[in-house]
Ligand binder design. Sequence first.
Ligand SMILES: Cc1cc2nc3c(=O)[nH]c(=O)nc-3n(C[C@H](O)[C@H](O)[C@H](O)COP(=O)(O)OP(=O)(O)OC[C@H]3O[C@@H](n4cnc5c(N)ncnc54)[C@H](O)[C@@H]3O)c2cc1C
Ligand code: FES
Length: 266
Amino acid sequence: MFQENVQILWNKKIGPSYYCIGLTCHEGYGMAKPGQFIMLRLPAKTAPFLRRPFSIHRIITTDDRATGIELLYKVVGDGTDKLSRCRQGDSADILGPLGNGFSVFDNYQRIAIVAGGIGVAPMLFLAIALQTKGVDLSKCTVFLGGNSTDDLLCRDDFNRLGIRTHVTTDDGSAGDQCFVTHPLEMALEKNRADIIYACGPMEMLKCVVGIAAKHKIPCQISIETIMACGMGACLGCAVEKKDDASIYMHACMDGPVFEADALKFN
Ligand SMILES: Cc1cc2nc3c(=O)[nH]c(=O)nc-3n(C[C@H](O)[C@H](O)[C@H](O)COP(=O)(O)OP(=O)(O)OC[C@H]3O[C@@H](n4cnc5c(N)ncnc54)[C@H](O)[C@@H]3O)c2cc1C
Ligand code: FES
């Protein structure tokens, strides 16, 4: 884990409230796993006191060395609004890589990736890690869901990697008008997957977990909780363990990626 003052390489608007930001980073990020995240703070004069968590979207490499990371973020409040106003050359303080990340296996080939809204942020890194592991991406499908067409991100990136995408929106402005879990279930009925990876809103994750259990498919989910420290000190990210309400886990350290049957969904 590294705490460092880094430079903003770019900060591009990619949708009505979505941005993609590049940051310099320590070479050690070359060892980061998809699903891991950073805690980011902007200079104190301009930004909230507490750091904000963001998934690593992509590792930027130069001559096979990690020289930067890219994040994908949605403006939802003060911190992300201030971040969206940052320019190339501005500085930020980052702590990471944090958390456990997704497990990537070379013996699982038929892979279903489910991403709801900004939950897609760690999934491009996951797809790249699967490719590096030798997984045939033509056997993978990404189920991408959003409220509207503006919330569907990274479709071209997945297609460029040779991954099929299945798109849904709540308002029907793109793809099928339904929840993203609907085509997932339809696809699994026809063709079993070896593993499901999911990231998105809690309701979506809950549904994915139910589908995985029904079809007896291994499943890993990445959850979002409020996080103040990102390293096990504040207890802000406590989540209940399934089947044992007396045991709490830290989403920041035991997660944010959990096996589907590990958590109790309230
Ligand atoms: C492990 C992890 C990885 C994340 N990765 C990304 C990412 O890659 N891209 C991205 O856009 N966002 C990501 N988030 C969510 C992001 O951290 C929050 O959107 C951000 O902290 C909001 O900060 P703010 O100051 O703009 O909003 P605030 O003013 O703090 O809050 C605005 C609204 O957002 C809600 N909110 C705040 N923090 C969170 C949170 N952690 N999870 C869910 N809702 C929250 C608040 O309840 C409130 O309704 C991630 C969260 C976690 C825990
Ligand atoms: S965010 Fe502080 S303990 Fe997890």
